[in-house]
Design a protein around this ligand. Structure first.
Ligand SMILES: Nc1ncnc2c1ncn2[C@@H]1O[C@H](COP(=O)(O)OP(=O)(O)OP(=O)(O)O)[C@@H](O)[C@H]1O
Ligand SMILES: [Mg+2]
Length: 267
């Protein structure tokens, strides 16, 4: 970590900013081709632009670089060049959102074959570090909801955790029978996001089972839909019009439906 001169505190929410740099560092590490660790490096440096009153943090790698056709899509949600199943394509979309929400910007410079620099520019603050005005005043006391995600595609659990982890505790499982066992044993969740079509027990099957063992948990279910449905599934969903989220979904749509459910079925 290089630090030039004296850098004042930056205006941002600390835990969300941690998520930004974690994403950038993981991307930087992944840009270095496997087996080419020698001679490659990732450098993090902080700088202060006194004229613009910006704290700048650069994450630089000597990895593969970004071709121009990829550059224009980098920050799009779900854009990834990774193989299916290994990347959500949400890392940079989330980084940009978090940085913009504190009045900052992210810039990228890259040369194919040489490497990339991601530059996070944040507003400088004067004086000692203080809690971000973006966080609610009593944020330490704010209740973090427990969310359960059930989807046979582990990527859905991974990306949901990524989107919701700043506000909630997210648990993920790839099968509804595991979820049923946990709830039957007494575990409780504030919201349950559940895929409709799964091989052993479907979303509708879990809903029916929960109506028997823990009806208030059935009330907390939101159904993730996508693909073709049987007539039976269609009629099931027709009765729960405000509790469905079609895949692929946006970060905003996911947060909105979870927050709505939390309001409608308070803990
Ligand atoms: N440092 C980097 N060097 C080269 N390419 C990068 C770098 N950072 C991001 N990219 C490119 O941007 C794409 C999108 O990045 P983003 O972090 O949004 O998603 P991802 O890394 O593909 O998926 P995930 O973050 O879920 O693992 C990557 O797939 C990669 O092509
Ligand atoms: Mg990434």
């Amino acid at each position: 970590m290089e630090k030039y001169g004296s850098v004042p505190p930056a205006l941002a929410n600390e835990s969300r900013l941690g998520q930004v740099f974690l994403n950038l560092l993981v991307n930087a590490a992944q840009a270095i081709p496997e087996g080419h660790v020698d001679g490659n490096c990732i450098t993090v440096r902080t700088l202060y632009d006194a004229t613009r009153r910006r704290v700048i943090t650069e994450v630089e790698d000597t990895g593969a670089g970004i071709p121009s056709d990829v550059m224009s899509k980098l920050f799009r949600p779900f854009f990834t060049t990774k193989t299916a199943g290994s990347g959500t394509g949400l890392g940079l979309a989330i980084c940009q959102r978090v940085v913009a929400s504190c009045g900052g910007e992210i810039h990228v410079d890259s040369t194919v074959g040489k490497g990339t620099i991601f530059r996070v520019e944040l507003l400088a603050t004067d004086g000692a570090p203080r809690r971000s005005p973006l966080a609610p005043p009593s944020s330490r006391a704010v209740h973090r909801s427990r969310i359960l995600v059930i989807d046979d595609d582990p990527l859905i659990g991974k990306l949901t955790r990524r989107c919701l982890a700043p506000q909630h505790d997210v648990n993920a499982t790839t099968n509804a029978t595991d979820a049923l066992a946990r709830i039957s044993a007494g575990e409780r969740f504030d919201v349950i996001l559940c895929d409709m079509m799964m091989p052993i027990m479907t979303g509708a099957g879990l809903h029916d089972a929960l109506l028997d063992v823990a009806p208030e948990q059935a009330e907390r279910m939101i159904f993730l839909t996508g693909g073709a449905f049987t007539q039976q599934t269609r009629s099931f969903l027709a009765e729960l019009p405000n509790r469905q989220l079609a895949k692929p979904f946006t970060v905003e749509a996911l947060r909105a439906i979870v927050n709505r459910r939390l309001k409608q079925v308070p803990g």
